[in-house]
Design a protein around this ligand. Structure first.
Ligand code: NAD
Length: 282
């Protein structure tokens, strides 16, 4: 069994992004810029935004964090996004989810200029992903694909079970896998017999938000298991959606939580922002 070390891999990616950023500045006088909008004071969202801002600084990006109170109106958020759409120093715009209940998330995401949609949530980019065209792809599934690549995990013709079908994790994950010629089964809360699907798969990718949902008897011997889930337990520790201790011995490869997919997500956000910056003005 081999542990897929997302922390080390993301560090390598960030080092090369830093070099590319420095070249972009030297050669074209472009400094990639990322704007993050955060609404309300959810501690988890704040922590994620803090990590993203720090990562930007580490690789030499310009970054701004726009904080708005819970009481903000939808129109005010839309106006702020439009301002950022027109700001030439900003290459990427990210609205930290989830949003307060009185805000229509779909409406907000649709306002982001697709060329600056570094989270890959805009319908334009989702449509391009599904049709196999170049697009901004949601950072978490993109990070998982990078792991497969770096660990030489073959996807073509493999049976892959994706557990969880959200717009930001499961659905784009399934599209990427399908585009890589895997045979993909997507499961979710209404799936009748989850284990019957996971136990047949060569690769299982889980992103649901239920601690230790995936047990050892749901995984076949030698499978690759990717755990996207991040769950905070009562004692404050983080755990994934996979019962890691019991599942790991059966796997050929597995990602830990923390130190697996999480750091890759941030590395992919930086990568998407740099990609946007290299196309600035085009
Ligand atoms: P979500 O609530 O939007 O979607 C959850 C999905 O899981 C849904 O499709 C639902 O049908 C499915 N589901 C829920 N319970 C299930 C069950 N018992 N059996 C089968 N399917 C079930 O959540 P999300 O935003 O997609 O996030 C999922 C998890 O991934 C969370 O733990 C979140 O913290 C984590 N996450 C991690 C990263 C990262 O960087 N590692 C990024 C985004 C989300």
């Amino acid at each position: 069994m081999q542990i897929i070390d997302g922390k080390a891999l993301s560090q390598k990616i960030k080092t090369s992004l830093k070099e590319e950023t420095s070249l972009l500045k030297d050669n074209q006088n472009i400094v990639p810029g990322l704007a993050v909008i955060i609404i309300g004071d959810d501690p988890a969202s704040r922590a994620y935004v803090g990590m993203k801002a720090k990562a930007c600084k580490d690789v030499g990006f310009y970054s701004i964090v726009h904080e708005m109170p819970n009481s903000i109106t939808q129109e005010e958020i839309i106006d702020t996004i439009k301002m950022m759409n027109n700001n030439p120093r900003i290459d990427g715009i990210l609205v930290q989810l989830p949003l307060p209940n009185h805000i229509d998330t779909d409406k907000i995401l649709e306002v982001i200029e697709p060329k600056k949609d570094v989270d890959g949530f805009h319908a334009y980019n989702v449509g391009r992903l599904v049709t196999g065209l170049d697009s901004f792809v949601a950072c978490t599934p993109l990070g998982v694909m990078e792991m497969f690549k770096k660990y030489n995990i073959e996807l073509e013709g493999k049976d892959v079970c994706v557990v969880g079908a959200s717009n930001i994790v499961g659905k784009p994950m399934a599209s990427l896998l399908l585009n890589a010629n895997a045979t993909v089964t997507v499961t979710h809360i209404f799936t009748k017999d989850l284990a019957s699907h996971t136990s047949k798969a060569d690769i299982v990718v889980v992103g649901v938000g239920v601690p230790h949902l995936i047990k050892e008897d749901m995984i076949k011997e030698g499978a690759v298991v990717i755990d996207i889930g991040i769950n905070r337990l009562e004692d404050g520790s983080l755990t994934g959606d996979v019962d890691y201790q019991n599942v790991a011995p059966k796997c050929s490869y597995i990602t830990p939580v923390p130190g697996g997919v999480g750091p890759m997500t941030i590395a992919m956000l930086l990568s998407n922002t740099l990609k946007s910056a290299t196309k600035r003005g085009l």
